[in-house]
Design a protein around this ligand. Sequence first.
Ligand code: UT7
Length: 324
Amino acid sequence: MRRSIVIGCGGYVPERVVTNEELSRTVDTSDEWIVARTGIRERRIAADNELTSDLGTRAADAALRDAGIDAGDIDLIVVATSTPDDTFPATATKIQANLGISGPPAFDIQAVCTGFIYALTTADSLLRAGQGNRALVIGAETFSRIIDWNDRRTCVLFADGAGALVLEAAEQPGDTATDRGILKNCLHADGRYRDLLYVDGGPSSTQTTGHLRMDGRGVFRHAVVNLAKVVQEVMDGTGLAPEDIDWLVPHQANKRIIDGTAKKLGLSTDKVVLTVDHHGNTSAASVPLALAEAAGDGRINRGDLLLLEAMGGGFTWGASLLRW
Ligand code: UT7
């Protein structure tokens, strides 16, 4: 069976660290409130001249180095982002040009915080269908550009960063108990909940970029339910059970949501990759950034079973099960 195997992983966060204490000087908040409600202690914010494509290019470079291949070996680039450099062309094509290559298809996926799971599923499907052998899958965001910095309900949560995986198609025996690579993906969306998390601008509606608006409590309630369901769904029919999981790599929106999902799976906290404390919520970049950190420091190793999950605006939500 042809499967998409991760052969490289990399991440990049901007240099500038913004602490909770720094935010408490501009909006009515406190380190105590932010840590207790979200688990976030600090986040990274891009420099004025740093674009989403710049962050994505740095992450892609790191992933290519990790894989030990050249950009010229890539057959497909998929970028998950809700904060593209421009309305068009796709940020993926800018990253492609930055990497010094031309020819292979490059496009963006927009599924907000679930974007990386959607991008991974898309790249996996194309590789398995024979559309090339190697793909770069990138999550890259500059949410600082769409944040209302006067809204304490959202400005303490979101941040900037990028992460990338290199996938390579390879024949595997077809046994989920031992195969390497992506074993199963599940994607969902429900557009009825648009008003709980959206950006109040866009090229067609207002001809402006707009700012992020969120009913945090409403999103929280749906996130807990949807994520508990989708992590079960992605294991159904695979013959694998929660006790087989080596690492839960969740979207990093809120430590309380992550703890809830781990608890539902019966996983102890030492099997959860947590970066929300120092990355904040980087939307589509959060899962690949967490992967890059945990693979880079030796926690995630070849042969480990990983469960990735995310939920975000749309609503969209999804999960992927893969063996590293
Ligand atoms: O990544 C995409 C998916 N997004 C998510 O998954 C986010 C889901 N939601 C959440 O993570 C949480 O709902 C939040 C962290 C956004 C908020 O936490 P919460 O425990 O749900 O708080 P809340 O919205 O119910 O607000 C509680 C109180 C309110 O005051 P009152 O009405 O009780 O007087 C807020 O005005 O906390 C107030 N508040 C703040 N206080 C200090 C809201 N933001 C802040 C703040 N600092 N930054």
